[in-house]
Ligand binder design. Sequence first.
Ligand SMILES: [Zn+2]
Length: 256
Amino acid sequence: MFDRIVAMTIASFAVILTVAMSSDRAAAQGCCGGGGHDHGSAHDDSHESSCHEGPVGPPPPLLTGPHDGQFLIAGDSTMEVVMLPQELRVYLYGKGMEPRSTQSFQARLVTQLARGGEKYPTLLQFVPRPPGSKEQDYLRTPLDTQRLAEGQTTIAFEFENFPDQRHPKAGYTFLFLQEMVRPHVAAVPLMPGDHDGIAGQQNCPVTGARLGSMGPVVKLLVGDRPLYLCCAGCVARVKEVEAHRNAPPPSPVASQ
Ligand SMILES: [Zn+2]
């Protein structure tokens, strides 16, 4: 998995986007999205309900989005679903993968821990970008991924209020895989907005080399924080340092 991420990060983002956009697997679980069908305005209620009660599809393709999430596609909009250990986020993009605001976008998540079990619906909340930040806003909901069972828990999304009004709604249902949970340190593709970040950081924290002097810059997300490296060879070192930093302190010897 690590090799895949690094390889994809080095590849140009345009290539990744082409793969995402042409993926039949992504289209397969979208009831109203995916496949580029222009039928949003033609919905009737019977279609809506059957569409959102549809069969569970395979998990979305594990592609590396700008936040190391999985892509779901509906018409001109692409959603990036990012699962962190304790929360789930949805970022929104336009046709050319330009970031779009989620302020009026709506996402509902329904988790079902096992087939036939109770369903837990939640409405995702809007998180504005911090003042002065070039980061993208997103929708979020708390989600304890430790409670989810690989291959048993189903995750269903209902999206509404797309900026692209031809696709007012879309629904997706898929099985949870542990691999979908984003690690603390994740390699992600560069976006146009990273230009300023690279200029500000200037040097690789591992080698000290000037960013760009060793080939294409590699971007990591360390938690929420972007970190730029001179080359893919430096990724392992950052992971090592972060793993050490986040290691639980040695448990004290029981004294009672
Ligand atoms: Zn390097």
